[in-house]
Design a protein around this ligand. Structure first.
Ligand code: HEC
Ligand code: CU
Length: 305
């Protein structure tokens, strides 16, 4: 009984805000529900069959009263809506100094790729106070990345990136769940987020089998798949990719996009549906050829290029 909890620990500032919102909504809806229950009971008893309550009230009207019982709850609930929408938007708005971590979900595990090349499975190590932005991809079906202690949950959808941000402010180990039924072993698809003091985190990051950094792995792939042959030749028949990340791109079909992770993904996997204006349509589609991990490495490389 001693570890009974009304809600999971709050390991981010966002989580504490979500809890405040939750308790305000509980108080608001609870008050309305109790008031209605009281009135129903009160009138049921007062006007029960055979009671001698007066039943001959002439009709009366009180416009101010009627307007206020509509307007006040409406404004209160709209306020809650606005508050919740703002909080929700916050969770999707990464801090400028957020660190990007790629996470690939597959039946039935979470695979994590850190920027320095370190990989882990069903574990995600982060530092206290370091804003993190996760780029989530799925290799098979829809999963959902859910960390109750952070009050974040984001669907992971095959064929595109979704992302979510958090900034843990409390060291500890927190449960990670898949929150969408994704097949037989869904219930076992869980992991841990380990939030460490920055110094411990730095030590952790450097320990373990050190693969090359994600972007240098990406650079190797970039040569291996022949990207450099077209893009770095300087011949002018393919756009230069240096400094592209974060810039606006004009597409042949009139769309204008920002070269973020989502755009790079589309441009590499489905170039025919996503052509850059002013270039010949001769980039081969890499859909089905690149693993999610390779794509993440290429994107990490292009971010830096
Ligand atoms: C045969 C030449 C060729 C190869 C090989 C090639 N590309 Fe391209 N790429 C192009 C051309 C041409 C375009 C512009 C037309 C278009 O969008 O299809 C382009 C567009 C792109 C864009 C969009 C650029 C922008 O301005 O937004 C990205 C990103 C990209 N390629 C990455 C890659 C990567 C990564 C590889 C290797 C996995 C690769 N390309 C391989 C020719 C090539
Ligand atoms: Cu799952």
């Amino acid at each position: 009984m001693s570890d009974f909890q009304l809600h999971p620990v709050a390991a981010t500032a966002h989580a504490a805000q979500v809890d405040t919102l939750f308790y305000c909504m509980l108080a608001l809806t609870g008050t309305v529900a109790l008031a209605l229950a009281f009135l129903i009971t009160f009138f049921s008893i007062k006007y029960r069959k055979g009671s001698n309550a007066r039943r001959d009230h002439p009709p009366t009207q009180n416009r101010a009263l009627e307007l206020s019982w509509m307007a006040i709850p409406l404004l209160l609930f709209l306020g809650v809506f606005g508050w919740a929408a703002w909080l929700y938007a916050q969770a999707y708005q990464p801090a400028a100094n957020a660190m990007t971590v790629f996470v690939v979900a597959k039946q039935w595990m979470w695979k994590v790729q850190h920027d320095n090349g370190r990989r882990e499975i069903n574990e995600l190590h982060v530092a206290v106070g370091q804003p993190v932005r996760l780029m989530l991809a799925s290799e098979d079906v829809i999963h959902s990345f859910y960390v109750p202690a952070f009050r974040i949950k984001q669907d992971v959808i095959p064929g595109r990136y979704t992302s979510i941000s958090f900034n843990a402010d409390r060291a500890g180990t927190y449960e990670l769940y898949c929150a969408v039924y994704c097949g037989t072993a869904h219930a076992t698809m869980e992991g841990r987020v380990i939030v460490m003091p920055p110094a411990d985190y730095a030590r952790w990051l450097e320990s373990g089998d050190q693969a090359d950094g994600l972007s240098s792995y990406g650079q190797t792939l970039y040569r291996q798949y022949g990207c450099s042959g077209c893009h770095d030749a300087g011949a002018g028949n393919a756009p230069a990719l240096t400094g592209l990340f974060g810039q606006p791109v004009q597409l042949a079909d009139g769309r204008r996009v920002i070269a973020d992770e989502g755009w790079l993904r589309e441009a590499i996997l489905q170039p025919h549906a996503n052509r850059v204006a002013g270039y010949p349509p001769n980039m081969p589609a890499f859909a089905g050829q690149l693993q999610e991990e390779e794509l993440a490495a290429l994107i990490a490389y292009l971010r830096r290029k």
